[in-house]
Design a protein around this ligand. Structure first.
Ligand SMILES: [Zn+2]
Length: 384
């Protein structure tokens, strides 16, 4: 590939630059870039890298095109709403430059597929909008030794930086912690549509320079762009000796810590299934019946052995559910209890069961459940 043929007409303006010329253009043709996120940043980055004649471009995105994307994701048009981004972008870049091999990766980047996805590429462009993914990409690039050009956008402000593993600081050197909850994504904060156009074009610029081997990379420098004041700033930073991934004694030596915890499952049981499970050996110890209805509903009757945690109190009282039981959430007909299952499984690495049909379903099967204890005592009093 070192002497890949170069179309002199298509690349005439590059060939006229002594810094690029035929040699630089051949280097571009022999190189490959993976663009993570075919969105606001990935659109200009992808278009310019394809136009520049980068030999192979991968587009990693598992989303579909929505109308609200078109304000900034200029690879797509209105007729393509609903189509997959990776494949649609692949077709667009191939049409722009048939010399380029464009590969659509319509999958979600996770710790377990990062190495497989990154390995075939020379350089990685981070155009994602989620911080957790940003750290995963940084760590994968450092561990695999892949140059990384990342950018971030927020309202009217952009940031960009390049990480050259082994030679420059990484994203974690700059931001050691992951303040995921502090920074809203594009969806909630809003973003000037042209802002990712500027930042994505800067990413393409960095990629071309690195692949050709010219200029000064944006390594150890955080470039900031303020669109409202139209100012660029630069913040220089050093490699941290205690960086968790690129420092002297790294604690991150694999991507294992990025692996999502095993998803807890939600099962749905009919009243009859629940009755059978409770009858099994140890069933009553293994299961915890949690009634999430309102107090007045609870007073009308509840399943024997159940405890009462109205749905609104569940987040505070969840700790009362031991880690070695499976909660069976119960409401009137099964709707609120499903919400409780979702709350619980999102917070805990534990399975949960939803009683389908709720107390009403149980009553239809086995008759109305008894009222709370004091009523029994009262009844007993009468009996004696
Ligand atoms: Zn670092």
């Amino acid at each position: 590939m070192a002497n890949a043929p170069v179309d002199p007409a298509r690349y005439a303006r590059h060939l006229a630059l002594p810094e690029i010329g035929i040699e630089g253009q051949q280097k571009l043709a022999a190189s490959s870039v993976l663009i993570i996120g075919a969105g606001g940043l990935g659109s200009p980055a992808g278009l310019y890298l394809a136009a520049a004649g980068v030999g192979r471009i991968g587009l990693l995105d598992h989303d579909r095109i929505e109308i609200s994307n078109l304000q900034r994701q200029v690879m797509f048009d209105t007729r393509q709403i609903g189509q997959g981004k990776a494949e649609t972008a692949r077709a667009r870049l191939s049409a722009l430059n048939p010399d380029v091999e464009v590969i659509a990766h319509a999958e979600k980047l996770v710790a377990s597929n990062a190495e497989r996805l990154f390995s075939p590429y020379d350089l990685i462009i981070d155009g994602t909008d989620r911080l957790a993914t940003r750290y995963l990409i940084n760590d994968a690039c450092v561990l695999l030794g892949k140059p990384l050009v990342s950018a971030a956008i927020h309202r009217f402000e952009g940031q960009a930086m390049t990480c050259l593993p082994g030679r420059s600081p990484c994203y974690r050197c700059l931001y050691p912690e992951s303040p995921e909850d502090l920074i809203p994504s594009c969806a909630t904060a809003g973003v000037l549509g042209v802002l990712p156009g500027v930042m994505g074009a800067l990413q393409a610029t960095e990629a071309i320079k690195l692949l050709v081997g010219i200029g000064e990379p944006l390594a150890g420098r955080l470039l900031t762009y303020d669109a409202l004041n139209l100012t660029f700033g630069e913040f220089r930073f050093e490699r941290r000796r205690d960086c968790a991934v690129c420092g002297e004694h790294p604690t991150i030596t694999s991507l294992a810590h990025h692996e999502e915890k095993p998803l807890s499952r939600i099962a749905e049981w009919t009243p009859r299934q629940l009755a059978e499970e409770l009858k099994k050996e140890g069933g009553e110890e293994r299961l915890m019946l949690v009634d999430v209805r309102e107090p007045w509903e609870w007073a009308e009757g509840r399943l024997p052995g159940s405890v009462h945690m109205p749905l609104a109190t569940l987040p505070q009282r969840m700790a009362e559910i031991p880690s070695d039981v499976t909660p069976v959430f119960i409401c009137a007909v099964g709707g609120r209890s499903m919400a409780a299952c979702r709350l619980f499984t999102a917070a805990r690495a534990q399975d949960a069961v939803n009683l389908a049909g709720g107390v009403v379903g149980w009553s239809n099967e086995f008759g109305a459940p008894p009222k709370p204890d004091h009523d029994h005592d009262h009844d007993h009093g009468h009996a004696h």
